[in-house]
Ligand binder design. Structure first.
Ligand code: AMP
Length: 420
């Protein structure tokens, strides 16, 4: 049987409602703030990404799907949208009529990363970009929009991490301080960072390797080296976020993985996907339009990880959902059938909605059935539990288990339910 490529997946009809809801909510919100949709090709010249994202970034060094077409032109499946939006802005001279433009685009991106939950080789992003505004108010507006989108989707527990990466005026001073620090700590750096140190020392700050994290604990920060203008810019962003009740923290280790950022950089992090992970990230890239052959026009944008957003929302939905029944009784083996039936009736008579399966199927398949029926709890009674007079009562949401004897089982269950 031919299957999908590793790291690629189908979004099946049963999941589509969630994807459509997010798309609709995002489009409406963007519309409220004056953003217009733009749709771009997923295949571009490799040079576009190499020049914009940066030759020494993980994306360009290791992760791009790059191949020659039949004529030998080097092409790349886009790993992110910003470079393409910038290309389009320049190619169509959109700045001529009015340099101030706000775009959003939603679609697939491709990175050959190690696949795992929440990380795919084809994944989707909701991307927003603003051109032609250098004012910090627009930085605050973008973070506000992200915050509002998550609010409208009913999500909480998300936090904006923000930092300023400085500008071409103050960054070299910081880079020199960082390089001096790295030289002193050279032996403690991972091989990647030893290399990065020369070409792009900033990137060492977000290295994932434990040894580098330790070595860089006391490294100089961009914030300690901002010029007056960058400093004022950052102050206004923070002030607006406070005024608009956006939950944020200043995170001096946030440098983002791409070369083109300047001044404000931000990520939205969640703890609800296990380890803390980023659901969205972005920042200002004031020199990119010029570097890609356009005019000197400032810009800023963000990308939301669509797949991760759906995963958080699916979780929220699960814990919000009312159980279909209070208790599903799992009776395994002949011994358990009769008492199981009697407990079920008694529980139902007491107003505790319960069900049981009489087919004698395995524990595994009955647990699946409990899930399908959206049972709040299961009561497990197999031969061993009955012989040992110790039944398992499990909360399906919290996964907490209690062992209860059979003697006063209904009373005990009532007590446990009351305690929750
Ligand atoms: P980045 O452009 O790397 O800042 O990514 C922006 C957002 O896209 C991240 O915060 C993630 O939520 C999401 N994202 C990035 N890479 C992947 C991936 N391989 N699979 C799923 N989501 C991703």
């Amino acid at each position: 049987m031919i299957q999908t490529i590793r790291g690629f997946r189908d979004i099946l009809p049963e999941d589509i409602a969630l994807w459509q809801k997010i798309e609709k909510t995002a489009s409406e919100l963007f519309d409220n703030f004056g953003f217009r949709e733009i749709r771009l090709p997923i295949l571009e010249k490799t040079e576009l990404f190499a020049r914009s994202i940066g030759e020494t970034t993980d994306i360009v060094e290791k992760e791009m799907y790059t191949f020659p077409d039949r004529k030998g032109d080097k092409l790349t499946l886009r790993p992110e949208a910003t470079a393409s939006v910038v290309r389009s802005y320049i190619q169509h001279k959109m700045y001529a009529a009015d340099p101030v433009r706000k775009f959003y685009t939603i679609g697939p991106m491709f990175r050959r990363e190690r696949p795992q939950k929440g990380r795919y080789r084809q994944f989707y992003q909701i991307d927003a970009e603003v051109f032609g505004v250098s004012s910090p108010y627009i930085d605050a507006e973008l973070i506000l929009i992200l915050n509002e989108l998550f609010k409208r989707l009913g999500l909480s527990g998300l936090k904006a991490h923000i930092n300023s990466l400085g500008c071409p005026e103050c960054r070299p001073v910081f880079q020199k301080a960082l390089k001096d620090f790295l030289t002193l700590n050279y032996d403690r750096l991972c091989p990647d960072c030893k290399r990065r140190m020369e070409k792009n020392p900033l990137r060492t700050l977000d290295c994932k390797s434990l040894s580098c994290r330790k070595a860089l604990e006391n490294a100089p920060s961009t914030l300690g080296h901002l010029c007056n203008e960058c400093s004022e810019h950052f102050e206004i962003v923070k002030k607006m976020l406070v005024k608009q009740n956006v939950d944020f923290i200043v995170d001096k280790t946030l440098v983002r993985g791409l070369d083109y950022y300047s001044r404000t950089a931000f990520e939205i992090l969640t703890t609800s996907l296990g380890a803390q992970s980023a659901v969205a990230g972005g920042g200002r890239y004031d020199s990119l339009v010029k570097e890609l052959g356009g005019k000197d026009i400032p810009a800023i944008g963000f990308a939301i990880g669509f797949d991760r957003l759906t995963e958080i929302m699916a979780q929220v939905k699960k814990s919000d959902e009312k159980p279909g029944l209070d208790i599903f009784i799992i009776a395994i083996g002949k011994q358990a059938m009769e008492p199981g039936y009697l407990w079920m009736s008694e529980l139902n008579l007491a107003g505790i909605k319960s069900e049981m399966d009489f087919s004698g199927r395995s524990l595994k398949s009955l647990m699946k059935r409990a899930d399908k029926l959206n049972a709040g709890h299961v009561l497990i009674a197999g031969d061993r539990e009955i012989n040992e007079n110790a039944l398992i009562f499990r909360n399906m949401n919290t996964r907490k288990q209690n062992i209860i004897p059979m003697d006063n089982i209904i009373k005990d269950i009532k007590k446990l339910l009351k305690k929750e």
